[in-house]
Design a protein around this ligand. Structure first.
Ligand code: AMP
Ligand code: GLY
Length: 421
């Protein structure tokens, strides 16, 4: 098979890496890719938002399967474009991608089908939202309805903070049109975990549960980022909780989507809070998590391509997703200044190091410049270690981290630390 991966971050590098290991696959393409993906796949410089050019490329190269990484092309309707033209693609339709594309759509579906989530209200008018906030006492979360690159949820400890957040969204329009509608919700307390599932519209398999580290600094300080590191599996999800997540959350969501007329076929990512009252949905994403994928796929024994083909044929009930024993940890190396302003074009040293078994360098914001590989984004790369336990994987990854050097490089020193305590 020829497989085409769309995207150019650490998640997509990991998907390319995993797809290449499938005995079903003999060639992998990627658009637009990055300097690391170039070593594993043939990269083409097409924007992820240019569905028509991507389609033309897929037809010309006789691609057998396209896998979409980021949410924006999915919400933009790339799956519908490919399917209308008879090209096999893995991901939800534009309507089903509304689960991530509109927080109000997601919350309304969860509430209609009584799937556990934070209490919430949706507002289109600033004045109504403001008077609602004035009546609240405890902490709340103010969220822009539309896509905001993971930065559209503001957790507010006080009424003052929540009013500032609302102003940012609805008055100053810092999130553009995404903030013209806001969701205000109850602040959930507990451990935050990520559970990804592959769905065929009716059946699903869950991948290994994982945990992200969203804040920029150690001890979860500073602003939110796209994710600074991850580990899997997470001990916050023993098997009884996992069963509840499947039975009370993932299963009912897939059923609800089918009942409402937009069956969910693709990768479903549930961001969950394990509260005292059990697991609750924080958000759904309609694609693989980043950097969760960098730990979940290296931990998988099963063939991703086989599972995706089964999902496309509605035959996931026959698939068992098998993971390796042990654990994986990914530490993200970022440009100094991220998630605020940062510089690009810094030469990265040490990439040609001979890595021990179970160590993987997944590129994110990198590009080739002559003979060099230079930084080209906020999150530059992720180093993943797989070992017989999370604790061993942590030692391995931090030991290896010192080999990769660039001007201004920054990474968190406490990935998975809390869970090992
Ligand atoms: P979201 O954009 O919905 O993924 O939210 C981003 C982050 O904000 C989440 O990963 C959580 O850490 C936090 N968050 C969002 N909603 C809630 C909530 N209802 N309670 C507590 N934390 C939340
Ligand atoms: N790591 C969070 C996300 O992929 O949305």
């Amino acid at each position: 098979m020829k497989v085409f991966v769309i995207g150019g971050g650490g998640r997509e590098h990991t998907i390319v890496w995993k797809v290449k290991r499938s005995p079903l696959v003999n060639k992998v393409y990627c658009a637009p890719g990055n300097a690391g993906i170039m070593q594993d796949a043939e990269c083409v410089d097409i924007s992820v938002m240019d569905s028509e050019t991507l389609l033309k490329f897929a037809i010309k190269e006789k691609i057998d399967l396209t896998i979409v990484g980021p949410e924006a092309p999915l919400v933009n309707g790339i799956v519908d474009v490919f399917e209308e033209n008879g090209m096999a693609i893995f991901g939800p339709s534009q309507r089903a991608a509304g689960l991530e594309g509109s927080k109000a759509f997601c919350k309304n579906l969860l509430s209609k089908y009584e799937i556990p989530t934070a209490d919430y209200r949706v507002f289109k008018e600033y004045d109504a939202a403001r008077s609602f906030l004035l009546k609240q006492n405890g902490p709340v979360v103010v969220k822009a309805d539309g896509l905001a690159a993971g930065k559209g949820a503001l957790v507010c400890k006080s009424r003052e903070e929540s009013l500032v957040a609302l102003d940012k969204m609805m008055k100053k329009r810092e999130f553009g049109a995404a903030g013209d509608k806001v969701v205000i919700e109850e602040c959930l307390v507990g451990d935050e975990v990520s559970v990804m599932a592959i769905s065929d519209g009716e059946n699903f398999v869950t991948l290994l549960p994982s945990q992200d580290h969203k804040r920029i600094f150690d001890n979860n300080q500073g602003p939110n980022t796209g994710g600074m590191g991850a580990f899997a599996p997470t001990p916050h999800i023993p098997s009884d909780i996992m069963q509840r997540i499947e039975k009370e959350i993932i299963g009912p969501t897939i059923k609800a989507m089918a009942l409402d007329g937009f069956p969910y076929k693709g990768l479903l990512y549930a961001g969950l809070m394990i509260t005292r009252d059990g697991p609750k949905v924080i958000e759904y994403n309609v694609r693989f998590g980043d950097p969760e994928t960098q730990v979940v796929l290296p931990m998988a024994e099963s063939d991703l391509v086989e599972a995706i083909l089964a999902a496309r044929q509605g035959k996931l009930a026959d698939v068992k997703w098998v993971n390796k024993p042990g654990g994986a940890v990914c530490v993200v190396l970022a440009s100094g200044g991220y998630p605020g302003h940062f510089e690009k074009g810094k030469k990265i040293h040490g990439l040609d190091h001979q890595w021990d078994d179970g160590l993987y360098v997944f590129h994110a914001g990198t590009r080739r410049q002559g003979q060099d590989i230079v930084t080209n984004g906020g999150r530059v790369l992720g180093l993943t270690a797989v070992d017989t336990s999370i604790s061993r994987a942590v030692d391995k990854v931090y030991h290896a981290m010192k080999w990769i050097v660039f001007d201004g490089a920054y990474y968190r020193r406490d990935i998975a630390a809390r869970v090992l305590k």
